[in-house]
Ligand binder design. Sequence first.
Ligand code: SAM
Length: 281
Amino acid sequence: MGKLYLVATPIGNLGDMSPRAVETLKSAGLIAAEDTRNSIRLLNHFGIRVPLTSYHEYNRIEKAHELVDVMLGGTDVALITDAGMPAISDPGEDLVRMAAEAGIGISIVPGPCAAVSALAISGLPTGRFVFEGFLPTDRKAREERLGAIKDETRTIIMYEAPHRLLRTLKLLGEYLGAGRRISLVRELTKIHEEAVLTTIGGAIASCEASEPRGEYVLVIEGRSKDELIADARRRWEEMTVTEHVDMYISEGMDKMDAMKKAAADRGVGKRDIYKEYNAKA
Ligand code: SAM
């Protein structure tokens, strides 16, 4: 049985192509590439002459079936994308799942990935982070996603195209606040590589002053826990004891736990909460 090799390729600097990536591609029976015209230049540069086939967003399921058959028939397949790590905001995820389900061995040849490289250079906390990829293009889905990340306390990593950057920054300002810190990371591994640590408001001003060009990753500081607690406290202060306890019950807590939690939140004794809640119930 053949194997599937996921091979990372450079995100701008050909010097980042690893020797193992070149060897793996040379010894594959077939290379599946997101855009064959684009990949042919990379393959020629490294003297790799292996049959190429296209594997992209629009044929990702039916082509994956074909590639699985090819591997079951004994041929090693290497998957590459236009740049960076396959399966990360790029085709690959379905092929990997289907290969795994068919019992095919899968091997990784790691290398450049814009998300992790941007996080490392951002100047923001790296200990805990979430990757959001591109925001959805559909307006409702986009707003839902922004609502969901509003209170995220981990560092948030996003991809964005330059022509949508200003619009996205304005939405981030609306949902996360203009004062939130952000690192605008651009053109990694290329001549104009930079990571500008600023605020969302500052990033908006600089994109309005000069049109964004090149490839961008946005690395956004998570919401501070103190702010979250202060927000929750403000909400409780506006609630009656009954509303406060009912909020936890509606989130799935049983009545006793909900009363204990409300007492702890309000810094009062459990008896006071029991008395008031049960009197109104
Ligand atoms: N799979 C790729 C990876 O692992 O990096 C990401 C592919 S995704 C379709 C392309 C996006 O990645 C771009 O729109 C940009 O947000 C980001 N990107 C790719 N190369 C970059 C670079 N050299 N500098 C900054 N961002 C980059």
